[in-house]
Design a binder for this molecule. Structure first.
Ligand code: ADP
Ligand code: MG
Length: 608
């Protein structure tokens, strides 16, 4: 009986044996070297770790034929060249504690031997105290000859030819040259952003694809940003800096009006290391959620710094992910910082294309505005004003009898940022003059935003009303989800849900937030629970309520072609100056634009 079972099938047992080094390295290469861009990443990080100030990259045929990286770093001494190419050999750490205060990009001592196991690799290197450079070649993991003298300045050049030539199965996973090149290109851009002081030249098939000088000043950094991320982003983003005890965040945030159809312009660096982190992208998405049209993605370049003891970088072979010890605190900090800056943005910021000292300061102080839009305070609307939110124009105009109807910019020394209305144009736009020139306002879009922000504020101030369902909803859910509900009962109640546990794998939803009585409750509840499990918070309910408010705001706002009095227009302008995020309508389009007098003079060739 038993012998029958053993004989079954054609699995013949082989003897256990030790794998040889080449095979071990080829297996290891499977983890880190997926495509040309991944080996390029390892080589570039080695160059950065070597303190290079200049790096040259050459890539042929998407990197599948050849990748060369030349740096001017401190080099590798002749007697350590062979060691550099052997497994688990590194100069960067010596004990496990070092992992928790990493100053270098690499530390696993695996990259060079892994690459050399699946390609034809040549390395040339010279340290400052050597007369000559030495060169070593390894093909498919086999060393070709001992280190030989070579002609090279101080630094290191690594050339990798014919990736995967000896592992044809892996070669089949490579994509077209163009795709592989695109991966290399975005990698080089990422490294260039992460290391603003390093000069980088990137040549593909003999053509320069990116060339950036090392930057030391703010201006040079902004120029570099424009080269790497494109001029439109550089022009339509604001620079900011924020610091708290153990964390800091700085970088460029794209204006909401500069949204993207893809997530291709989202860079995040943790202590100088490019990472993709779902926690962070969630925080950023959340910060932008209210100012972006559905399906659009924000653009940003963010540098996050944290005490290295609070972040684990050794969780992924390619080190493209990190783990934060206080992940919720990190999420919270990033969200709050970005959210605050977005709330302070205005369309005038687009004019601030280069980071100026003022814009940096404004962002750091946390309360200032940007560009031409000075600091503003919020006026909390009273709860009783619910109705008047719909009649905002009339009510504010009436409550401000001081303001003479015929006010003009000339009558006042202190001209408000959006100036004073002079006319209504085509029933759509308000024309106003301020101290610098002409302001045009899309009155429906602006009013809609103000109404919406006001309604949201009221929602924040009041408890969310909860509405009992006529027929309670029973849902089957999993064990971990049940535990999430148990531990987040308070949050769920606050959102307006009443959820009872019913056996091991069932819940009963008894009440839902009143504003969402027409929503798809089942999906909403499921999504909320999965958010709570993953992030500890959920914005779904708020977002869904905001959608309802947004449509209320649209219906309750002045329509095009309604004739407005000058006083009503001025009231709208004053509201816009007060209300957060009034620079964009609810769909992320601008609500106002301005043109300066000197620009207008130029149209008419009028010298002043
Ligand atoms: P790791 O970077 O994890 O230490 P690698 O296999 O990438 O492992 O590199 C092995 C060692 O070779 C490094 O620790 C470093 O000492 C040396 N090395 C590699 N590339 C360079 C370079 N461009 N300049 C100077 N030293 C280098
Ligand atoms: Mg390395």
């Amino acid at each position: 009986m038993q012998s029958e079972l053993l004989a079954n099938g054609d699995h013949n047992r082989a003897n256990i044996h030790q794998l040889d080094d080449t095979l071990i390295n080829q297996i290891a290469a499977g983890e880190v070297i997926e495509r040309p861009a991944s080996l390029l990443k390892e080589l570039l990080e080695n160059s950065i770790d070597a303190g290079s100030s200049k790096i040259e990259v050459q890539v042929d045929r998407g990197g599948m034929k050849r990748v060369l990286v030349r740096d001017n770093g401190f080099g590798i001494p002749r007697d350590q060249l062979v060691l550099a190419l052997s497994r688990h050999a590194t100069s960067k750490i010596s004990d496990v504690e070092d992992l928790y205060h990493m100053q270098t990009m690499g530390f696993r001592g695996e990259a060079l031997p892994s690459i050399a196991a699946v390609s034809r690799l040549n390395i040339q290197s010279r340290t400052a105290d050597q007369e000559s450079a030495y060169s070593l070649s390894v093909h498919g993991g086999k060393q070709q000859a001992g280190p030989r003298p070579a002609a090279l300045g101080v630094g290191t050049t690594v050339e990798v030819n014919d990736l995967f030539y000896n592992t044809p199965a892996r070669r089949k996973f490579l994509r077209t040259e163009k795709t592989e090149f695109n991966h290399c290109d975005s990698l080089v851009r990422k490294i260039a952003l992460a290391n603003p002081g390093v000069e980088i030249e990137f040549v593909h098939d003999g053509r320069t694809s990116l060339q950036v000088a090392g930057s030391d000043s703010d201006q040079a950094r902004a120029r570099r940003l424009a080269r790497i991320c494109g001029k439109p982003f550089a022009e339509q983003s604001v620079y900011f800096q924020d610091d708290v005890d153990v964390m800091s965040l700085q970088g460029w945030m794209g204006l909401p009006t500069f949204s993207r159809s893809q997530r291709d312009l989202q860079y995040f660096f943790v202590n100088g290391r490019p990472v993709s982190d779902s926690l962070v992208s969630h925080a950023a998405r959340r910060a932008y959620s209210d100012v972006l049209y559905h399906g659009r993605h924000p653009a940003y370049v963010l540098y996050f710094s944290i005490d290295p003891a609070l972040v684990d970088v050794n969780v992924h072979p390619a080190k493209s992910e990190v783990r934060f010890r206080e992940s919720r605190a990190v999420h919270d900090y990033i969200y709050r910082t970005l959210h605050r800056i977005i709330a302070e943005l205005s369309p005038g910021d687009a004019e601030v294309s280069m980071p100026s000292p003022q814009s940096v300061q404004a962002a750091t102080s946390g309360s200032g505005g940007y560009g031409s839009f000075p600091a503003q305070q919020n006026i909390r609307m009273m709860v009783q004003d619910q109705l008047s939110a719909y009649e905002l124009l009339a009510s504010t105009a009436a409550s401000d009898p001081e303001q003479p109807i015929s006010e003009t910019a000339q009558d006042h020394k202190e001209i408000p940022p959006l100036g004073y209305a002079i006319a209504q144009f085509r029933g759509i736009y308000i024309l106003a003059e301020n101290s610098t020139g002409l302001v045009l306002v899309d009155m429906h879009a602006a009013h809609e935003r103000i109404t919406y922000e006001t309604l949201k504020r009221q929602l924040d101030d009041n408890q969310v009303a909860s509405l009992p369902l006529l027929v309670p909803l029973q849902l089957n859910i999993s064990g971990p989800e049940i535990r999430a509900i148990e531990s987040f009962q308070a949050q769920l109640t606050e959102m307006g849900f009443e959820i009872g546990l019913f056996g091991d794998e069932q819940i009963v939803v008894r009440s839902v937030p009143e504003l969402l009585k027409h929503a798809d409750v089942e999906n909403l509840v499921r999504d909320v629970i999965s958010d709570l499990q993953e992030f500890g918070t959920s914005d779904r309910v708020t977002n869904a309520m905001h959608e309802v408010l947004s449509s209320v705001a649209c219906h309750g706002s002045v329509r095009a072609n309604r004739k407005l009095e000058i006083a009503e227009m001025n009231a709208l302008l004053r509201q816009m100056e007060i209300v957060e995020r009034s620079g964009q309508c609810n769909h992320g389009r601008p609500t106002w634009m301005s043109v300066t007098l000197s620009e207008i003079d130029k149209w008419f060739m009028r010298g002043r």
